[in-house]
Design a protein around this ligand. Structure first.
Ligand code: NAD
Ligand code: FE2
Length: 375
């Protein structure tokens, strides 16, 4: 018998449940903390609630925008004065806030430390590793249980990944109540990001039985819950189920990273301004079609997700996407025919693309078959 060795590792302590946000002061545990969030009133209210329990943060950064960008990150870090360095960073927000916090935790007071590391791979000794408490307010990115941050440089049009073992948050505090106010479009795009993470961890050279089990559970739950939640946004049971699914998807891809659908998505987000969760999910039917018959853990897991009907899975996922208002055609996301082939080539050459266990020729055939390339 072939000797198949695998490992699974995730050090993040997860505390999950309705109302657990009230426990945040216990987790901060009197440490000097930095608090990071978006500029909107809902988040200001949450910050006030936290401050009445935990005291004031030594640093408050409350102007995070979607997709953390070089320029804003540098400005934000520039505002942190010496002497007020937090002992722990608290992120109160979705992936953009968690990833910003990961950059702050690593920057050691100077964004150039992170920038240099991202661009050259050198200078790890100048990076810090301040602990992080992640309080996600979206159910999608799974960043609360991963050790990397997506950092965008709009000026050069490049997406970087800051990946360090010590960027795993100390705790992920997941309270579905915080997600109840998410508008429909955000609920859909973030939920589809979670579905993409689950599936991408399966057609992945790094997949293992534990990541696979998390992925199956996550994908089944998203497929079942997201269409219902999209029409019942304040349903706390459904919000809890999506938060759990997103967490499980995070636990799955925390060990594998993503693959071809994400690789394809980055230039689409950068050039065409398509939201991350949409950009990384509209191609899922094509990817599924392209791996039918691939065997192994991937096919077994797809069988488990789609009740033994992998052949029907591309249509099933397409139907769900269409019902949620997401087109599966690149043209509908602004991508011209001429650009599509170049995007696919780039996606297969990219770091995440190289995690994909499928073949480019099958991907292109699947795109033709599903009418995606005939645009
Ligand atoms: N590090 C990782 O493992 C990882 C994985 C996937 C994606 N990402 C990154 O995460 C980012 C996307 O994160 P996201 O999808 O969570 O969205 P986001 O953090 O970019 O937030 C988008 C918008 O949602 C709003 N919002 C967030 N929570 C809300 C709530 N509870 N109620 C009302 N509005 C709310 C915010 O105001 C914000 O403007 C991208 O930069 C993506 O590349 C990182
Ligand atoms: Fe993603």
């Amino acid at each position: 018998m072939e000797r198949h060795v695998w490992q699974y590792h995730n050090p993040v302590r997860v505390e999950f449940g309705i109302g657990v946000f009230d426990d945040l002061d216990r987790l901060i545990n009197k440490r000097r903390y930095g608090l990071v969030t978006y500029p909107e009133p809902f988040f200001a209210t949450l910050c006030d609630q936290l401050q009445t329990r935990a005291g004031a943060p030594v640093v408050l950064i409350n102007d995070v925008q979607a997709n953390p960008d070089y320029r804003l990150l540098a400005k934000q870090i520039g505002r942190i004065t010496e002497g007020e360095a937090p002992e722990v960073w608290v992120s109160l927000g979705g992936g953009s806030v968690i990833d910003s916090v990961k950059v702050f935790a690593a920057a050691n007071g100077d964004f150039n430390n992170v920038r240099n590391y991202l661009e050259t791979g050198n200078g790890a000794n100048r990076l810090s590793a301040t602990p992080i408490i992640a309080v996600p307010t979206t159910a999608g990115t799974g960043s609360e249980v991963t050790c990397w941050a997506t950092v965008w440089d709009e000026v050069s049009g490049i997406k970087y990944s800051l990946a360090r073992q010590n960027l795993y948050p100390e705790v992920a505090l997941i309270d579905p109540i915080l997600m109840c106010g998410k508008p429909r479009a955000l609920t859909i795009s973030t939920g589809l990001d979670a579905l993409s993470h689950a599936l991408e961890s399966l057609w992945n050279v790094n997949a293992n039985p534990i990541s696979g089990a998390h992925a199956v559970s996550a994908a089944r739950e998203v497929m079942e819950v997201l269409p219902k939640l999209a029409n019942d946004l304040e349903n706390i049971e459904l919000r809890s189920a999506m938060a759990r699914a997103s967490l499980c998807a995070g636990l799955a891809f925390s060990n594998t990273k993503t693959a071809i659908a994400h690789s394809l998505s980055y230039p689409i987000t950068l050039k065409y301004n398509v939201q991350h969760g949409i950009a990384c999910s509209f191609s899922l039917p094509i990817v599924i079609e392209s791996v039918i018959g691939i065997g192994g853990l991937c096919e077994a897991s797809l069988n488990a997700i789609f009740d033994g009907d992998v052949a029907g899975a591309p249509a099933k996922v397409s139907q769900m996407l269409h019902a949620l208002g997401v087109s599966t055609k690149p043209a509908d996301h602004g991508i011209e025919v001429a650009t599509w082939q170049a995007l696919v080539d780039g996606a297969f050459d990219g770091e995440r693309g190289r995690n994909f266990i499928g073949e480019k020729s099958n991907f292109l055939k699947a795109a033709e078959a599903l009418g995606a390339a005939a645009i």
